[in-house]
Write a protein that binds this ligand. Sequence first.
Ligand SMILES: [Mn+2]
Length: 293
Amino acid sequence: MPQEMARRGSTWRPDSYLMGVQALARSLLAAQAQHPLLVMYTPDSLSLEAVAALQLEACQLLPVERYVPAGHHDAGQYKLQLYGECWNKLRIWELEEQYERLAYLDADMLVLRNIDHLFALPPGFYAAPDCTAGRQSQAERDACPLFSPERPHYFNAGFFLVTPSRAELARFQSLLAAGAVRIGGYAEQDLLNEVLHGSRQEFSAPQDTWRPLPHTFNAQKGIRRHHPQLWRQHWHAVAVVHYTDAKPWQEGHSDHAEYQDLVQLWWRVFHSGRPALTGGSAARGPPPPAPSA
Ligand SMILES: [Mn+2]
């Protein structure tokens, strides 16, 4: 039943990604990131205790209003109900006065290597190919974008580099309102892929087409299951690991069995980082302390 499929897995609830953000902040500190982590959240998604906990991390907090996509969407067709929450990330495009460029990271990620150099890339929207090998249809599995590095046809929106632009957001909104964009199981990720793909001139001029980064900037853990050889080949170079599907902090989840080492890595990072007492000082602070025992 499609409806049941859509409801499979996690139901979103407040604070459910708090530990993810804490681990991400600590991983950035350990990677000596020179740019602060800005945590964008809707006030209904974090309790006051969670906000207080994040104020102890080296990050800045930015409450935003919920983003409601224009047009008619059947949220029941999202692969997971919580993908409906992901529309809120479009608020990033509103930050044009404050930021020339932002790197968006999902809260279920760890930064293993410094990625500051990405900010020096030529202008453009950058993302890494999505691994669709675990998708339901055979066609999607056969056409996994990981194997067309020159021109992958679909990116994962868990990580991207963007220049905020209110005009661009207004354009997204009007395309949604007009029903011009096909939104499938992946909410805002489908929108961004369709609009920035470059194959339809009414959506994007060639210079606005998304530019591929190596998948090592968004190493979805499922890649290891579906393409073990590729994972082995590139693991040493992985800059950002993405804990898609089961989250490491969901203790006892049956999916962890296969990813024990990656889950343990996540816990090591989570426990190793001590909250900075001043907060928000990742950019100028001293090097991170050695992990405590
Ligand atoms: Mn994610």
